[in-house]
Design a protein around this ligand. Structure first.
Ligand code: ACO
Length: 330
């Protein structure tokens, strides 16, 4: 009989060596450690060196995830890369496939900003539940330092670079207990990394645009309001699907955007702070990487143990948001 359940059997993460503390940022823009840490909880972030790439960080995280799952790269059927900052707009997942030597795997990118990891988790699960694939590598990775305006104090203090990865495998019992995903494009303008070009006439009466992507713009207040309202709601929905109650959750693992969002969501759900996983003080907001990075740290620290029930939620640009309830390990 085919195993049509899913288990998350391994995790890994990688962050650049270079870190930038809040005090250092105050040499760049008018800000202070006090402002940043009280409003966001962030104390430092990691920044990718010019010699580092999204694929190099992602491959490093992936190697750890594959090793901890006890498989080899050649066992992987599918590589999903959740990112908004690929090395190549045509896709970076195939570069990672080559770096890992995952010769059998089909590989492609998936973009859902800070919800990318949760959207990727659910996407990966569909391929396993339908019996198409048995071993999926899901990576969340972003290098937002490439795309923030380092003169804009409203955004540059928030983001950092990193990568996290997990291995999902077919399993007799299904460890993805429930999920819910949502999008609302009417609020798209609150958070953007948008292409902007100027019109060029390449032949008489033939006009195209040429340009590039513009730095991140964000309406912080609206994004905060959106997250504080929608994240508890969607976790409730995923819990309902899982037929679980809040008190059965061992860990709340939210997209690491801002400590105030983490605290508000936990409070609204009545989840005590010792169950809330947070590492954003050290990494800032690493977008699609933040959940797998925090997950991997918590697993390696021995916080998350086999069979623990984790409620995770990603939220961000799009706007997109989603939640998944899963049990760690086989
Ligand atoms: N240092 C010092 N002052 C600053 C800074 C800074 N880095 N940034 C803004 N300010 C100033 C503003 O200019 C403003 O000054 P003014 O009153 O003279 O105009 C004042 O601080 C207050 O600014 P607000 O934007 O109103 O600050 P707020 O309290 O809303 O905090 C923050 C801003 C932290 C961004 C908050 O809105 C927030 O957490 N929003 C959620 C954002 C988020 O998490 N985004 C990412 C989620 S989605 C994703 O991950 C991609």
């Amino acid at each position: 009989m085919q195993n049509l359940g899913i288990a998350i059997t391994g995790s890994g993460s990688a962050a650049p060596e270079t870190s930038l503390h809040n005090e250092e940022l105050s040499q760049l823009v008018e800000t202070s450690d006090e402002w940043i840490s009280t409003r966001t909880g962030i104390r430092q972030r990691r920044l990718a060196l010019p010699t580092e790439s999204l694929s190099s960080l992602a491959a490093a995280a992936s190697r750890q995830a594959i090793a901890s799952a006890g498989i080899t790269a050649s066992d992987i059927d599918l590589i999903l890369l959740a990112t908004s900052t690929p090395d190549d707009l045509f896709g970076t997942a195939t570069k990672i496939q080559a770096d890992l030597g995952a010769t059998k795997a089909v590989a492609f990118d998936l973009t859902a900003a800070c919800s990318g990891f949760v959207f990727g988790l659910v996407t990966a699960a569909q391929f396993i539940r339908t019996g198409v694939y048995q071993n999926v590598l899901l990576i969340g990775a972003d290098i937002l330092s490439r795309w923030v305006d380092w003169q804009d104090r409203r955004t540059c203090v928030l983001f950092g670079d990193g990568a996290g990865a997990i291995v999902l495998q077919s399993n007799q019992s299904d460890r993805l207990l429930g999920f819910a995903l949502k999008s609302d494009g009417t609020q798209n303008h609150y958070l953007n990394l948008a292409y902007q070009g100027t019109a060029q006439e390449i032949l008489p009466n033939v006009k195209i645009t040429q340009g590039t992507y513009q730095p991140v713009t964000m309406n912080g207040k609206e994004v905060y309001r959106f997250a504080a309202q929608k994240v508890p709601e969607i976790i409730d929905k995923a819990l309902f699907e899982a037929q679980l109650t809040v008190d059965q959750i061992d860990w709340l693992l939210l997209h690491q955007a801002n400590q105030r969002i983490l605290d508000t969501v936990a409070q609204r759900l009545n989840i005590p702070s010792h169950k809330v996983i947070s590492n954003l003080a050290n990494y800032g907001n690493t977008s699609a990487a933040s959940i797998p990075l925090a997950l991997d740290e918590a697993v390696r620290e021995g916080k998350i143990k086999p069979n623990d029930i984790i409620a995770t939620s990603g939220f961000g640009a799009g706007l997109t948001w989603g939640a998944a309830i899963f049990q760690w390990g086989r």
